[in-house]
Design a protein around this ligand. Structure first.
Ligand code: NAD
Ligand code: 6OH
Length: 484
């Protein structure tokens, strides 16, 4: 995207400091990002506050919804540019970005346009002491200026997942995308401008977390709520930052997700599904399965089938339609993933496949690829089974009873997602319900209905978004009690 500027109060602005935007497939510099300083963040927040006081704050719901539809149209009109930008920033395969990332960017706006149009609220008729009655009903109001902070793994998808409901509820937004993936957020700002979103309603500030745009946002007294997706440790830092100004938060954090494979599963469907859950987006998905538990009679056959799957992945250039697996996001993240591969070996793991860096003999050797990796043989207590790795890697362990599988799956401080693979109907329901997490799939993975609650327990987050759960976070309810 060349030079990438923040979008503040309806203007694209530069600043004195810039950092490089690197293409993860070959380490090439593909752009320069101007870092927002404190004054720029102040200007964004002030612009957002003014927008709330202007016509945006009085816009009828149907007009807000129509604007969301136009934003979705705008993303679709510029689909190929969004695709190019997402690929340049992340190195993810075109097959993935064109199927998931960009379409979901548009879908998030359409879905919340529909949801806000059709949402209603509860009312109660209340008996009063004088023998009469009162009518209670709630009205929904915007929360104010929402700080949106998002990660690099699904940049447009995760940004719009928060921006769409925030705007649907009538808020103004200051968004800080990840420093690794600034481009699609900037393109989204262009779309907002093109379709007539008033200045100040949507702002983008580029930069890092600590002592940069992220922290300027979370500590800003003019920000009314913070919604964040990213690492659990960052969530903890943000909680500390918002404490003095008591801002509400919505957090979608890390995961160490389990997949439980029973002997009665549909084998082909399960191997396909688990391979997707482990390796898609090069394992850089908060919902990815990193701990696989397989009923003992099926264990050897399953490990072998997943090995064949892992070895057939195509680690290619992002624009090659045949590529299934891109690089990791950065050299630093690759170092982290490789250190986990080494740790697993130190802990006594047997490496079924992978474990290192692939060699290509071309520019990809300067990129951040790692081999898809399968590990077996570790204790449950090993760090490899405890810490989120966020790469194309899983550990597979056998189990003997349903109780043991549930106990192991739940033995984590995280609790985002899980999957259960079985053709036994009652068992599917039973096991799903006994797992301590926010999202459980049975015989599938990452099948999304945007009306459903999405979020995690424990280290995996605070609150739920999706459908009316998003409306509840992005608005304040005012209960009105009328004596009749
Ligand atoms: P990260 O926490 O390092 O960064 C996320 C965002 O927070 C970035 O925009 C970053 O600049 C900003 N940030 C960092 N420190 C900050 C601070 N002190 N104050 C304010 N902002 C700050 O996460 P990441 O490395 O970009 O993404 C990977 C992590 O995100 C993984 O742990 C993954 O599990 C998690 N994740 C979770 C979900 C989910 O829905 N639960 C989705 C995607 C990613
Ligand atoms: C995390 O990496 C994936 C999160 C997915 C969503 O938030 C979603 O709405 O599908």
């Amino acid at each position: 995207m060349g030079q990438i500027r923040s979008y503040v109060n309806g203007r694209f602005v530069e600043s004195g400091r810039a950092f490089e935007n690197i293409h993860p497939a070959d380490g090439r510099v593909v752009g320069e990002v101007f870092e927002a300083d404190r004054a720029t963040v102040d200007e964004a927040v002030e612009g957002a506050r003014r927008a709330l006081e202007g016509p945006w704050g009085r816009l009828p719901v149907r007009d807000r919804a129509a604007l969301l539809d136009r934003i979705a149209d705008g993303i679709e009109t510029r689909f190929d540019e969004f695709l190019e930008c997402e690929i340049a920033d992340t190195g993810k395969p075109i097959s993935l970005a064109s199927r998931i990332d960009i379409p979901r960017g548009a879908a998030n706006f359409r879905v919340f346009s529909n949801i806000i149009k059709s949402s209603g609220l509860e009312s109660f008729r209340t008996d009063t002491a004088d023998g009469g009655s009162a009518l209670n009903y709630a009205v929904r109001k915007p929360k104010g200026v929402i700080g949106v902070i998002t990660p690099w793994n699904l940049p447009l998808l995760l940004l719009t997942w928060k921006v769409a409901p925030a705007l649907a509820c009538g808020n103004a937004v200051v968004a800080k995308p990840s420093e690794e993936t600034p481009s699609t957020a900037t393109l989204l700002a262009e779309v907002m401008e093109e379709v007539g979103v008033p200045p100040g309603v949507f702002n983008v500030v580029h930069g890092f977390g600590p002592e940069s745009a992220g922290e300027f946002l979370t500590t800003h007294p003019g920000i009314d709520a913070v919604t964040f997706t990213g690492e659990s440790a960052t969530g903890a830092a943000i909680l500390r930052a918002v404490a003095p100004t008591v801002k509400p938060v919505s957090f979608e954090l890390g995961g160490k997700n389990a997949a439980i494979v029973f002997g009665d599963c549909d084998f082909e469907e399960t191997v396909n599904g688990v391979a997707e859950a482990v390796f898609s987006n090069t394992g850089q998905v908060c919902l990815a399965a990193e701990r696989i538990y397989v009923e003992r009679p099926l264990f050897d056959r399953f490990v072998e089938a997943l090995r064949v799957r892992a070895e057939s992945l195509v680690l290619g250039w992002p624009r090659d339609p045949a590529t299934t697996t891109g690089p990791l996001i950065s050299g630093a993240h690759r170092d982290k993933v490789l250190s986990h591969y080494e740790l697993a070996i130190d802990e006594g793991a047997e490496v079924v496949t992978g474990g290192g860096i692939p060699r290509f003999g071309d520019g990809r050797d300067r990129g951040f690829y790692v081999q898809p990796t399968i590990l077996v043989g570790l204790e449950e207590s090993a760090r490899t089974n405890r810490e989120e790795i966020f790469g194309p890697v899983c550990h597979i362990a056998p189990f003997d009873t349903e109780e043991e599988a549930i106990r192991n799956a739940n033995d984590t401080r995280y609790g985002l997602a899980a999957s259960v693979w079985t053709t036994h109907l009652k068992r599917g329901h039973r096991v799903a319900e006994s797992l301590r997490c926010g999202i459980t799939w049975v015989n599938c993975w990452f099948v999304r209905d945007l009306r459903t609650p999405f979020g995690g327990v424990g280290l995996s987050g605070i609150g739920r978004e999706g459908g009316r759960h998003s409306l509840d976070f992005y608005s304040e309810l005012n209960n009105i009690c009328v004596k009749l």
